[in-house]
Design a protein around this ligand. Structure first.
Ligand SMILES: Nc1ncnc2c1ncn2[C@@H]1O[C@H](COP(=O)(O)OP(=O)(O)OP(=O)(O)O)[C@@H](O)[C@H]1O
Ligand SMILES: [Mg+2]
Length: 320
């Protein structure tokens, strides 16, 4: 490794979260430059593979959100080209990307996660929406959350409090995904716990608490200033903070994730954290949860990002 590593930041792509990804990419690129790294930036387009041929880089940092970035496929391409990249390998990314599979794996590891069912749009049509939705209402009860099986930024997510709201929630979800995940809603405190691994194993950063002024933590609440307040560290008891940290580290480990992740969870009135999902390419823009957690832990972001880069390069092998 040269004294100042060359890092290619991969951001953009054609997912619904393109803009978020571009902002994440810009923030990380700026921070790494400040820390003395040589930084190249690329979108996910026709120029990427030729650029990777002509300009040797020490590491690619995929900051693509949504499909391709998080479903493992771009990571597969980098592995084919034997180019080291930062973060989880393709297989682990694919597992985490499917919220139902991730939930079943963490549940087997003893973590609490809300009961759920998944329905593809095609089955929904074949069985008839009215009958299926009545069944869901009867056996799962309310409130429920309807959201895409894959996805991010809460696009296509609705909290449903009575059966009358289910059909519209399903329609909104199917606008973003072929498969809907319907799970029990957990009322309580929303926390996001980021995990980093600087070479000594995965460590949880302080939990960040998310409080919206009104309604759920949806796309609008995420990216429009004023609708959400964050508390880093979260205003929870030491016991809840410890349980949340343990949940995030366990999820990171049992899903086989590498270097960086963020687990989203709800803490119920009894102080029990419920796993919602884990992200292998967490948002990294100014207001994002992982940077807030890192600042709360006392890290300077340029130093932390450079350490993540150096640890990844030192780990050597190309993730498979
Ligand atoms: N079971 C649930 N109970 C209560 N709220 C929920 C539940 N599932 C999701 N939510 C709310 O919906 C939001 C989005 O859900 P989730 O984190 O699963 O999906 P996402 O769109 O992939 O998010 P991200 O952008 O964080 O990757 C959560 O931040 C939370 O506010
Ligand atoms: Mg989430």
């Amino acid at each position: 490794m040269s004294a100042n590593p060359t890092v290619l930041i991969l951001a953009g792509g054609l997912s619904h979260e393109r803009d978020v990804s571009l902002r994440s990419g810009r923030r990380v690129a700026d921070a790494l430059r400040q820390a003395g790294c040589q930084v190249l930036e690329s979108d996910l387009d026709l120029h990427l593979l030729p650029a990777l041929e002509s300009t040797p880089v020490d590491l690619v940092w995929p900051l693509l959100h949504g499909a391709q970035g998080e479903d493992g496929s771009v990571r597969d391409v980098l592995a084919l080209k034997k180019i080291p990249y930062l973060g989880s390998d393709a297989r682990a990314a694919r597992t985490a990307w499917n919220k139902a599979i991730a939930k079943s794996i963490v549940r087997r590891a003893g973590l609490a996660t809300p009961d759920y069912v998944t329905f593809p749009q095609s089955l929904f049509r074949e069985l008839g929406p009215a009958a299926l939705l009545a069944e869901i209402d009867q056996s799962m009860g309310m409130p429920l959350v309807v959201k895409p099986l894959h996805g991010g930024s809460a696009l296509g997510m609705t909290v449903v409090s009575d059966a009358a709201g289910l059909p519209q929630a399903m329609m909104d979800c199917f606008a973003y995904a072929e498969v809907a995940l319907i799970e029990r809603a957990v009322r309580g405190t929303e926390l996001a716990v980021s995990v980093i691994d600087l070479g000594d194993g995965p460590v949880a950063l302080p939990a960040v608490e998310i409080v919206t002024t009104d309604g759920p933590y949806d796309y609008d609440a995420r990216y429009n200033p004023g609708r959400t307040e964050f508390f880093a560290p979260a205003r929870v008891s030491p016991e809840v903070a410890a349980a949340a940290a343990a949940m995030a580290v366990t999820a990171h480990q049992v899903l086989g994730l590498t270097r960086i992740s963020r687990t989203d969870m709800m803490v119920d009135a009894a102080g029990v954290p419920w796993f919602l999902e884990v992200n292998v390419a967490p948002g990294m823009q100014e207001t994002s949860l992982l940077p807030q957690a890192a600042l709360a832990a006392g890290y300077a972001l340029p130093d932390l990002y450079r350490k993540l880069v150096e640890t990844s390069i030192a780990a050597g092998s190309v993730p498979q």
